[in-house]
Ligand binder design. Structure first.
Ligand SMILES: *[C@@H]1O[C@H](CO)[C@@H](O)[C@H](O)[C@H]1NC(C)=O
Ligand SMILES: *[C@@H]1O[C@H](CO)[C@@H](O)[C@H](O)[C@H]1NC(C)=O
Ligand SMILES: *[C@@H]1O[C@H](CO)[C@@H](O)[C@H](O)[C@H]1NC(C)=O
Ligand SMILES: *[C@@H]1O[C@H](CO)[C@@H](O)[C@H](O)[C@H]1NC(C)=O
Ligand SMILES: *[C@@H]1O[C@H](CO)[C@@H](O)[C@H](O)[C@H]1NC(C)=O
Ligand SMILES: *[C@@H]1O[C@H](CO)[C@@H](O)[C@H](O)[C@H]1NC(C)=O
Length: 360
């Protein structure tokens, strides 16, 4: 199973020699002045800590490899966005909206929330969360705080135009909505094709709201192979396949609509740049990873998270999955390296994040 499953991750190449790609932190300015993050648990860095939800991870062993310990990242260490923030040359990680204060917000804010979706109801069975619509409202609050700090609408606008806006969301609209028919009606209302269309249409409106708030550089992430997530496999069964085909197929339909949306947005909104990012790593590096088990003992949260205070595996850098859903720091490093510098248009289209940062 392990070797076959690895084929799923064997997607085009990026950084061959990881050692050449590692970022050394200096004192130079970051490549963009600010970085705003929207999304779900793949990007959340503490926004759910004080919410009433099963989808929060401010407990050990989360953060076992992170300087601050269990700060609310769904990982043993960094999440993918943390790594991209390092690669862009920021000296500090982007603060979560829940704790962002003072002048730090001039460098960006992370609004992402575990279990959140494009649709407001997605993830509701797990408890409170901050759906994308609410994240956009929180961004408006931050913009007015930035305007107060800068005391000038023109300079606020100028700053907002230069930031990168990262949006990685949609998994929960499937895993914690469409494929939970006991709780949600969407699978009775829509075929997978219709659902992808409805989701991407709503997403398109939300991205335009962000554009309306002055965003001009967007990285929009496709869905990964959600049918290969251990928790999804245990919940749905694979019927003899490697992964849960219906979930992977649904994700493919979503991506197949998101890619042309990115193209259209680039055509229609000529003063903005959009890029589509496929969240996958370099296959060369992926070969040595364990894919058929999770590093920590799962059973926490809604059954997919690490058991509180459990002892995780010791060779964490070898695992794809930290818990039943989320990747390890090591895997996030590979995926982020790819997103940042890949030259493969299958991985980032029309440009990688490094190029997006440089564009005027
Ligand atoms: C995972 O794959 C490895 C290598 O193929 C195998 O030795 C191991 O037993 C598998 N583990 C599980 C839990 O299936
Ligand atoms: C991508 O292309 C640029 C310019 O041709 C080159 O400098 C860089 O090394 C390439 N990156 C990778 C990861 O192959
Ligand atoms: C606001 O900043 C712009 C330059 O960004 C400057 O030209 C303008 O005079 C400033 N306005 C005020 C009221 O300070
Ligand atoms: C979903 O379906 C149930 C009955 O099957 C109904 O009571 C409920 O109102 C529906 N919810 C939505 C959001 O349509
Ligand atoms: C399981 O696989 C068999 C054989 O490929 C197929 O006939 C059947 O429809 C599948 N069942 C489900 C629930 O997908
Ligand atoms: C782009 O513009 C065309 C022509 O006006 C329009 O039909 C289409 O809906 C627009 N696409 C988006 C994503 O706004």
């Amino acid at each position: 199973m392990a070797s076959k499953l690895k084929l799923f991750w064997m997607l085009p190449i990026s950084c061959l020699l990881l050692s050449n790609c590692l970022h050394t932190r200096g004192n130079a300015d970051p490549q963009v002045p600010c970085y705003f993050i929207f999304g779900d648990s793949l990007s959340d860095n503490g926004n759910n800590n004080n919410l009433k939800t099963l989808a929060k991870v401010n407990y050990r062993p989360y953060g076992i490899d992170f300087p601050e310990g269990p700060a609310g990242r769904f990982s043993n260490g960094r999440n993918m966005q943390d790594v991209i923030v390092e690669l862009l040359g920021f000296q500090k990680y982007i603060p979560p909206f829940a704790r962002a204060n003072g002048r730090s917000i001039l460098k960006g804010v992370n609004y992402a929330s575990g279990s959140a979706g494009i649709r407001d109801e997605s993830g509701a069975q797990l408890g409170a969360r901050i759906p994308l619509n609410k994240q956009l409202k929180n961004h408006k609050i931050i913009i007015s705080r930035i305007t107060q700090i800068l005391r000038n609408d023109t300079s606020t606008r100028k700053l907002l135009n230069q930031c990168i806006y990262s949006v990685q969301i949609g998994s929960n609209d499937y895993i914690n909505n469409y494929f939970v028919p006991e709780v949600y009606n969407t699978s009775r209302q829509y075929s997978p094709e219709q659902y992808a269309a409805v989701l991407v249409e709503q997403y398109s409106q939300q991205i335009k709201v962000l554009y309306g708030h002055g965003a001009r550089k967007f990285a929009l992430y496709g869905l990964g192979l959600i049918g290969c997530i251990p928790f999804v496999i245990s919940a749905h069964g694979t019927n003899g396949s490697l992964c849960v085909e219906k979930l992977n197929n649904a994700a493919t339909l979503f991506n197949a609509r998101l890619m042309p949306l990115v193209k259209e947005l680039n055509t229609n909104l000529t003063d903005a740049k959009f890029t589509y990012v496929n969240p996958s790593p370099s296959p060369q590096d992926a070969l040595s990873f364990v894919t058929n088990s999770t590093c920590c003992k799962v059973g926490g949260g809604g059954g997919e998270l690490c058991v509180r205070n459990s002892d995780p595996c010791s060779d964490r850098s070898r695992y794809v999955f930290w818990d039943g859903v989320h990747p390890t720091d090591a895997w996030n490093e590979l995926v982020a390296q790819s997103a940042y510098r890949t030259n493969s248009t299958n991985e980032a289209h029309p440009f990688n994040i490094q190029t997006l940062a440089k564009l005027k």
